[in-house]
Write a protein that binds this ligand. Sequence first.
Ligand code: NAD
Length: 271
Amino acid sequence: MSLQTLQKPKAAYPELKDKIAVVTGAGSGIGRAAALALAAQGAKIGLLDLKDSRTEQVKAEIESLQTEAIMADVDVSDPERLREAIEKVGKQWGKIDIVFANAGINGVQTPIEDMKPEDWDHTLSTNLKGTFLTVKYAIPYMKNEGGSIIVTSSINGNRVFSNFGMAAYSTSKAGQVAFAKMAALELARYKIRVNAICPGSIQTHISESTHPTPELNKIKIPVQYPQGSQPLEHGPGQPEQVGDLIAFLASNASSHISGTEMYIDGVESLL
Ligand code: NAD
């Protein structure tokens, strides 16, 4: 079957119109695509990211879709800045329906014995603590009406363990899935669903936060796929494909799905 046959028309989720979403890491890659996918359904978006002109562009793109966006300069590992940003969104529109806890970094890639404790902390604080803080501060604004929380994890730490030097990253990504499951059970009483997504390689700007060290050569075991490592599409996924999944997980079409991880990797993690 050709890929064209596999591609379906874009879904419409009219219930997302005027829903309020918070997206972290919204200025680039998966966060940007998710923000645009939700805005295309009529949702209003709080764009949270480190200060960057890219987030301003996303805001302008969303406004051209006839909906609204606000921006906040946030480091997701900083509780006070994150609390203030989420409060800004909650106060602007009165509630929050959708949270996409997505901001993340690959961080320093190095053998465990060479990993500086501060580099470990930076990756874990951004990816894992940032997810906890995003969810924590959104709950008060979601509790009354319920909603959907989606966490960006990864195939790394869940199905893939052969990306050498990524012990900190993979640990953070495994932790996010455990956290999403704990949160799903705890927040079910408020009709808040919580799911994690596990992307494979997606074409974004993630390389900007990837810092391999020369010491990596000490631990690498060659892993080779002579026919390529991406069996479905023979290349990385596009952020827009992940954006479509976020719209689905935010919508009523996924109303009975909570506490699960969903792989979006063109089957690469099963090879
Ligand atoms: P990206 O670099 O294009 O986007 C990440 C965004 O997060 C950037 O805008 C960046 O400024 C922001 N960010 C980073 N640190 C932050 C912080 N402390 N506070 C606030 N914002 C911060 O990369 P992406 O690929 O879109 O990454 C999004 C998520 O997807 C990450 O959690 C990443 O681990 C995950 N992921 C990516 C891939 C991939 O192949 N691209 C695969 C699996 C998982």
